[in-house]
Design a protein around this ligand. Structure first.
Ligand code: GLU
Ligand code: MG
Length: 420
């Protein structure tokens, strides 16, 4: 049997899933120029598969153009490999398509650059690994670490091969739950890496005959899988977020950015926690946020000011970051991070102040419908992308909500767990 190497030109869509087409590896040079074809309604593909609604109909052509800077080639012992690119969605004339998630993030990064700033970001991912027996007492346990067998090492090996800079792998609090963290990078690369990390989690588990389930909640009342997004602002090579003399330790220059994120957090949630099941996670008692608040070293806050370790070799200013905890793996990282940055840019533009530490915080949306209503009501978000894209996104997510209307929360968790 002869095998040709196939390379997948993928894009992470609004459902947070990577879709695309494969082509022979021998054609890479041509495909980097020409891309692969798709149609506008592809972006309306629900996470469950069917296109539930689309303003684009059956007409039109687009290009998914692989980005050589987002290339993955990770071989496995069994002779298979993960070979894929992440791509930009472009019109046939090569201009960015208004619904392209990577372009959404790129435009946010450009808006932030007008303030002379870049955002460094790291995504942490919690997940359930099915290749381990659920045993009592295994929370954070060495025994749970041991019994996941070679998965953790194969995963960090794949991350290293993909240049992801694995930072830690740990047994988490929930049943069969683990977490993996990677090094921080500038925003676009960080979002690419979040997507690559998810695919490698799935790809390594698959080769071992199991699944890494990233869905926000596997069962009603269970332990959530969060995607925590660590952020710090930089000017060139200099981190500028930290000032120990200021409230929360956040510098005067960085404070308006994070104040903007706090103000727009209900709208951001429509991108960062974009599934119906996301809101079973964002409930009290789950170490997940319920209000749009900022707090120092509080794992129940929407924004947690991360600690600085005096013993670490890195200077305090390089360690200092804020952790956004209102996200999960149903999100498209480009949309979630783009929305965070645009909200921060609005805060910088209006020179917003952070709330006083004892000020009451607004509740986060309690359902996806509430988050979509907050996105629609927040007029500042009209600048984040086109009206066409906004209407399409609202219709896309509203159709997802409607499709689950008759199901119980536990059935809804199961539907998402089958996908993510
Ligand atoms: N599992 C929690 C969440 O859903 C987070 C627990 C932790 O702080 O690591 O976000
Ligand atoms: Mg965790």
């Amino acid at each position: 049997m002869q095998r040709d190497d196939l390379v997948f030109a993928g894009y992470c869509d609004w459902a947070g899933l990577v879709r695309g087409k494969a082509f022979p590896a021998a054609d890479i040079a041509a495909r980097l120029k020409r891309g692969v074809g798709l149609t506008h309604s592809n972006i309306m593909m629900s996470c469950f598969g069917p296109i539930m609604t689309t303003p684009f109909g059956t007409t039109g052509d687009l290009i998914a153009r692989p980005d050589p800077a987002a290339h993955v080639a990770v071989p496995f012992d069994d002779g298979t490999a993960e070979r894929f690119y992440l791509s930009d969605l472009q019109n046939t004339d090569g201009s960015p398509w208004e619904c392209c998630p990577r372009d959404f993030l790129r435009r946010a990064i450009t808006a932030l650059s007008a303030f002379g700033l870049t955002l460094h970001v790291s995504f942490e991912q919690e997940f359930v690994y099915t290749g381990i027996e659920d045993r009592p007492g295994s929370t954070y346990a060495l025994d749970a670490f041991r019994r996941q067998d070679v998965f953790g090492e194969a995963l960090t090996g794949a991350f290293s091969a993909a240049g992801l800079g694995p930072d830690s792998f740990l047994p988490e609090y929930g049943r069969r739950q683990f977490e993996v963290t990677i090094a921080a990078e500038p925003a676009l690369r960080a979002a690419d890496r979040a997507v690559i990390a998810r695919e490698l989690l799935r790809g390594v588990a698959f080769r071992l005959g199991h699944r890494a389930i990233l869905a926000p909640m596997l069962e009603e009342g269970g332990v959530g899988n969060g995607t925590h997004i660590h952020m710090s602002l930089w000017e060139g090579e200099t981190p500028i977020t930290y000032d120990p003399a200021r409230p929360y330790g956040v510098s005067a220059r960085a404070a308006p950015f994070f104040a903007g994120v706090l103000e727009h957090m209900p709208a951001i949630t429509a991108f960062s926690a974009p599934s119906v099941a996301s809101y079973y996670r964002l409930t009290p008692g789950r170490w997940a946020p319920v209000t749009a608040n900022l707090a120092v070293q509080d794992r129940g806050a929407a924004f947690r000011v991360s600690p600085i370790f005096a013993t670490a070799e890195e200077p305090a200013a390089r360690q200092f970051n804020l952790e956004f905890r209102v996200a999960d793996a149903a999100c498209c990282p480009y949309l979630a991070l783009g929305a965070l940055i645009q909200a921060g840019v609005d805060g910088l533009t209006r020179n917003l102040a952070l709330p006083a530490p004892d000020a009451p915080a607004a509740l986060l949306p309690r359902t996806l419908q509430e988050a979509l209503a907050a996105l629609e009501a927040d007029k500042a978000t009209a600048r984040w992308w086109s009206a066409t894209a906004m209407h399409a996104y609202l219709a896309f997510k509203s159709a997802e909500v409607a499709s689950l209307a008759d199901l119980s929360p536990s059935d809804i968790c199961a539907r998402y767990a089958a996908v993510y």
